[in-house]
Design a protein around this ligand. Sequence first.
Ligand SMILES: Cc1ncc(C[n+]2csc(CCOP(=O)(O)OP(=O)(O)O)c2C)c(N)n1
Ligand code: SF4
Ligand SMILES: [Mg+2]
Length: 294
Amino acid sequence: MSLARIKIAPEFTDIMPVEYNDLVSKATYDKPDQRGWKDIGTRKAGCPESMAFRYILASLPNPADTVMVGSTGCTSLVFPHVAVHNIHSLFGNQNAIASGLKRALMVRFPNVHKDVVVLAGDGATVDIGLDMTLQAWFRQEKFTTICFDNELYANTGGQESGLMQKGFVAKMAPVGKKFEKVRLPEIARESGCHYVIQCTVSKPSLVERVIKNAIYVAREIGPTYIQLYTPCILEIGKNSMEGLQEMRDSERPGERFKMTEYISEPAKELLTEIKAKETERKKAAKAALVASTS
Ligand SMILES: Cc1ncc(C[n+]2csc(CCOP(=O)(O)OP(=O)(O)O)c2C)c(N)n1
Ligand code: SF4
Ligand SMILES: [Mg+2]
């Protein structure tokens, strides 16, 4: 997808909503250096999955050269509304599809970074798709897996998932979860991921940083995994304004979504290099601005 696809024919410009014209003229779609969560304004009330989705889209370094692979679930409903390439895979197959896609893109476009990003719920990533998830990591496939962890199958009404917390009773799991939440971030590290983050989406700047890092590491080194707590407010009985507080409460020290981070040695070197280049770029841009105004 390129910016050209969303441009309006000049004859229709005056009848399109002002927001659409703004999108075309001001969007950072093809400006990797300027992309970030500030693009989309402040936080919104509602399902945290939708907040997370917006932050992720705003953080993709190069959306025109990105393909997102999804799976059935609340996450998948958004894709038809956004201008990013998307493959909707059979439930649980997302990491297998992404593996083939990434390999094909590397052969077809050897000189361009084509980023593949999987975005799926915890049911798709950990339960039904666990084999595909792990095998992609074992094979060191070069793409990022993002799991929207709402600790159950939300889209089908609230069944138990492996990432559900112990003791939780969901609408369609009345007995209560009998064992602890599966520690997928630890399994990801042990399965060969080079950058593994668990956090909530309460801080958009943090989400931006980890998404960008995960994509950069996946491009150059190998698989990366991000697990984001996106509580299903319907299931935990909160209203649309309470999702943010729920995430803040769950990320406190000792709580189950305290931020955790693992970065392999090669990934650390790469990220240090990227940070140094970014500092240089900002310094040069500032110097150019000063020169142009003096
Ligand atoms: C092969 C297959 N099995 C089962 C389903 C039914 N199904 C649709 S969504 C879903 C659960 C989604 O849960 P999760 O991945 O956690 O996403 P969420 O809706 O919670 O964001 C299931 C089991 C399906 N669509 N396809
Ligand atoms: S069911 Fe839950 S996770 Fe799905 S959109 Fe509604 S609040 Fe969000
Ligand atoms: Mg879920």
